[in-house]
Design a binder for this molecule. Structure first.
Ligand code: NAD
Ligand code: UGA
Length: 478
């Protein structure tokens, strides 16, 4: 087959990666029919919702891209096998979470969904099909995918397969610009014609010099390595933030001082409540598992420490809140601003807010949680605790509060969350939180009242002028 023959793409998995990635491919390649399939009917229905504000993934700019391509050459469907049969290229973009039980539990990736996809492709594909691993996978997964597919290949060549690895590097919140103008596109494979075919799809909008070609294993491992390096920078700066707090240095000044060294660079040096998101922890733990499997325990320990420091940072922040509030938060009302793992997304997977909120609930706190994009039902699932009725801020602690039971409720407005609170915790860097009017909020709070700014987004002078006490991550003067 020639590289130009890709006319029909199927993507299995309509999640945070499959949806936006395919929307951009369809937008940029109007001659290619792109069908995104999923077993989750509700998700597919949401992708097909006429109201573009109700797409299942919130990403700035995604609605416009979907609006241009949907119905033209972008389709969302649950007819998985039908779409595979019609496609000459199938992307596998399903979830690969950490295993929760069995061999490698807590570290290895659970590949059951990827294997299920490979088997479905093996069953349904027609003609020659290029199968592209888009999910993040342990190095050498392509071996298993190839074995399943080759068992379904026919001698006469009516059914044959090529496997490529094409990991995705988009970050949530900036998915559309990341996809439209990627630093690089990585394609790993064994068959040059298959690599060329995928390179041609991307070549519709990505300059050729940004399309990197490697062998399958380098491609798979590069994805895990990229995430490990990024997460390592965050743990590094968070470790220095704690030292700054102890010594009077300011982590932002240190970050600026080291970031201007062109060898270090300025990005990913923001101290905060630790990294969240569905991938950093999962991918590092997967790397750790692989290193142990291949007899490299020192390498495994090295990378595991990046995750351990991240967990420590989240518990540390909860501990600081308790300590500053006279050693107890039992029955105290605290406002949590931001539940998403970062700004500009509705995703809460591994959000630092989850661990911090759980620690505070364990201490018996009353949490008023505000987030502009996260649904209360999601918070309920993440905390594994049903929401309570919002108590009357004027009425003092409820009976449940005084009994030491931690409770939470969702506040639609920042002012409602803050009313009657002893402290405000900023856990996501939503733009809105940078512009809060502390002169208006401070009088609503019970004094002495604190602002714990884990994202360093507030103006310290404005908080101080309103009479509130301020703790900022990595600020030795706080
Ligand atoms: P997700 O959970 O949002 O979406 C996965 C989708 O796959 C779900 O809707 C699920 O129903 C569907 N699915 C699972 N098995 C299926 C099957 N057999 N047939 C049809 N549909 C099936 O996951 P995601 O965040 O899009 O991540 C997908 C992969 O991409 C993961 O490997 C992840 O590590 C990687 N990744 C994620 C990001 C990110 O920002 N979220 C970035 C880069 C890479
Ligand atoms: C990350 C990577 O950046 C993507 O390249 C990768 O494709 C993706 O993981 C993945 O494989 O899933 P994402 O998790 O969406 O993307 O978001 P990031 O911007 O990397 O942020 C991750 C976490 O680190 C967030 O909680 C963020 O607040 C935190 N962070 C980031 C910091 O605490 N400080 C920083 O300086 C940067």
């Amino acid at each position: 087959m020639t590289a130009t023959s890709i006319r029909s793409i199927c993507c299995i998995g309509a999640g945070y990666v499959g949806g936006p990635t395919m929307a951009v491919i369809a937008d940029r390649c109007p001659d290619v029919q792109v069908t995104v399939v999923d077993i989750n009917q509700a998700r597919i229905d949401a992708w097909n919702d006429e109201d573009l504000s109700r797409l299942p993934v919130y990403e700035p700019g995604l609605d416009a891209v979907v609006g241009r391509a949907r119905g033209r050459n972008l389709h969302f469907s649950t007819a998985v096998e039908e779409a595979i049969a019609a496609a000459d290229m199938v992307f596998i973009s399903v979830n690969t979470p950490t295993k929760t039980k069995g061999l490698g539990a807590g570290q290895a990736s659970d590949l059951r969904w990827v294997e299920a996809c490979a088997r479905t492709v093996a069953r349904a594909a027609k003609g020659h099909t290029i199968v592209v691993e888009k999910s993040t996978l342990p190095v050498r997964t392509a071996e298993a995918v190839k074995a399943i597919l080759s068992a379904a290949s026919t001698e006469g060549g009516e059914r044959s397969f090529s496997v490529l690895s094409n990991p995705e590097f988009l970050a949530e919140g900036t998915a559309i610009p990341d996809l439209e103008s990627p630093d690089r596109v990585l394609i790993g494979g064994e068959h040059p014609e298959a690599i060329d075919a995928l390179a041609q799809v991307y070549g519709q909008w990505v300059p050729q010099e940004r399309i990197l070609r490697t062998n399958l294993w380098s491609s798979e491992l590069s994805k895990l390595t990229a995430n490990a390096f990024l997460a390592q920078r965050i743990s590094s700066i968070n470790s220095i933030a704690a030292l700054c707090e102890a010594t009077g240095a300011d982590v932002r000044e240190v970050g600026r001082a080291i970031g201007t060294d062109s060898r270090i660079g300025p990005k990913f040096l923001n101290a905060g409540p630790g990294f969240g998101g569905s991938c950093f922890q999962k991918d590092i733990l997967n790397l750790v598992y692989l290193c142990r499997h291949f007899g490299l325990p020192e390498v495994a320990d090295y990378w595991e420490s990046v995750v351990n420091l991240n967990t420590w940072q989240q518990h540390r922040i909860a501990r600081i809140v308790v300590q500053k509030l006279f050693g107890t938060v039992t029955g105290k009302r605290l406002a949590i601003l931001g539940f998403a793992f970062k700004a500009d997304t509705n995703d809460t997977r591994e959000a630092p807010a989850i661990r911090i909120a759980r620690d505070l609930l364990e201490e018996g706190a009353q949490l008023a949680i505000h987030d502009p994009k996260v649904e209360p039902e999601q918070i309920e699932r993440d905390l594994n605790l049903p929401a309570s009725e919002a108590p009357d801020a004027e009425a003092g602690p409820t009976r449940a509060a005084l009994s030491g039971e931690g409770t939470w409720w969702s506040s639609a407005e920042v002012a409602d969350a803050v009313a009657g609170a002893d402290a405000v915790l900023i856990l996501t860097e939503w733009k809105h939180y940078r512009q809060l009017n502390w002169d208006q909020l401070a009088p609503l709070m019970r004094k002495p009242a604190w602002v714990f700014d884990a994202r360093a987004v507030v103006d310290p002078a404005a908080v101080a002028a309103s009479g509130l006490k301020l703790w900022r991550v990595g600020d030795g003067d706080a």
